[in-house]
Design a protein around this ligand. Structure first.
Ligand SMILES: [Zn+2]
Length: 112
């Protein structure tokens, strides 16, 4: 087995135990709630979290309830991990295609 096989197998093994994930990034935003009598109307705005993600090239956001922030953070991190692993599998598959071409090409007088 080549090193490409080994690296790809390791990434595939890691992909086998992927947990929940979500595509997007978690951002802390400052918001005013709109209530004119709330302290945020004049002073410090409320801190909130949103998940921003893309749909058909457009950025969308969804409010993330405070109680879910830690969990969503983990989902976002897991998505990054999955993307890295998929890139590793793909990269090594490409390397295998290329190395096969190199190893099996020629044999004729042009080789060397
Ligand atoms: Zn407020």
């Amino acid at each position: 087995m080549s090193r490409f096989h080994v690296r790809r197998a390791a990434a595939l093994k890691a992909l086998a135990d992927v947990g929940p994930f979500v595509a997007g990034s978690l951002c802390r935003v400052q918001r005013r709630c709109g209530n004119p009598r709330c302290r945020c109307a004049r002073g410090e705005p409320h801190a909130a979290y949103v998940l921003s993600f893309k749909v058909d090239g457009r950025t969308k956001t969804v409010h993330v309830p405070k109680a879910m922030v830690k969990e969503v953070q983990a989902w976002v991190a897991e998505h990054r991990r999955v993307k890295r692993l998929m890139a590793t599998v793909s990269r090594n598959s490409l390397a295998l295609i290329r190395s096969h071409v190199r190893t099996n090409r020629g044999g004729g007088p042009s080789r060397g």
